[in-house]
Design a protein around this ligand. Structure first.
Ligand SMILES: [Zn+2]
Ligand SMILES: [Zn+2]
Length: 237
């Protein structure tokens, strides 16, 4: 097997997905230089939704002060720009699923730093509608969820939530329409209810925009007797 890989590497040397430079033997998917240039979100951020805050003197952002969201805690790894944006585009639209390893690794580092995530006992990806999954061939949130599940040793249940409505992409809508767009878009899969009942769920997605999707998933799960829902996303737009 190794011999075959070595032979393929010799004929088609692996290159960095971002800068296209030839990878060194210890590098995987992207080169160390591109990896080090991924911008990471740093505190202060809203202790509920994870959005960056202008000052450390406040604990929650303006939106979270007004409303208590169903998803009680969300963290994002990067702002949606530069290398992180590039990785997301490759993952979602170019079939470069190896990028889930890089994004997943960063998410795991963030999760391990925060005590609150230790309560999570099941991982759920934000589901795509079956039509979208068929077109794309995979659900990128599920790929990220798999990375987390293996490293954190927390079971992944990919089909506990089902997207029953094919909604237009959130990114194409003005922010005030996004909550309505995903309203009642999800249901709990009755056949999986025992796997999530009374559990603290870690909900995984690639991009957070207004948080409408994560919160609608959380609202649906809490109605299905889930104890609590925390979220983790690769990027916050
Ligand atoms: Zn590179
Ligand atoms: Zn907030």
């Amino acid at each position: 097997m190794h011999l075959l890989k070595d032979l393929i590497d010799l004929i088609l040397p692996p290159v960095c997905y971002i800068c296209k430079r030839r990878l060194k033997s210890e590098e995987n998917i992207i080169c160390n230089d591109c990896y080090s240039r991924i911008r990471l979100l740093s505190p202060p951020y809203c202790e509920r939704c994870g959005r960056p805050l202008p000052t450390p003197d406040i604990k929650v952002c303006n939106t979270c002060i007004i409303e208590r969201h169903p998803c009680s805690y969300i963290r994002g790894i990067s702002p949606y720009d530069g290398i992180a944006e590039h990785l997301i585009i490759l993952l979602k639209y170019n079939g470069k699923i190896g990028t889930a390893k890089i994004l997943g690794r960063l998410m795991i580092q963030a999760i391990l730093k925060e005590e609150i995530y230790r309560n999570c006992n099941v991982i759920l990806p934000v589901p795509l509608h079956t039509t979208r999954t068929r077109e794309r061939g995979y659900n990128q949130a599920e790929l990220l969820g798999k990375e987390l599940s293996v490293e954190l040793n927390i079971p992944l249940v990919s089909d506990a939530l089902i997207r029953v409505r094919a909604t237009p992409s959130q990114t194409k809508l003005p922010s005030e329409e996004r909550a309505t767009n995903v309203k009642d878009a999800f249901v709990v899969n009755k056949q999986r209810i025992e796997l999530i009942k009374d559990k603290t769920v870690l909900l995984v997605d690639d991009v957070l925009t207004t948080g409408a999707t994560l919160n609608e998933c959380a609202r649906t799960l809490l109605k299905g007797d889930v104890k609590e829902v925390l979220g983790i996303v690769s990027v916050i737009a």
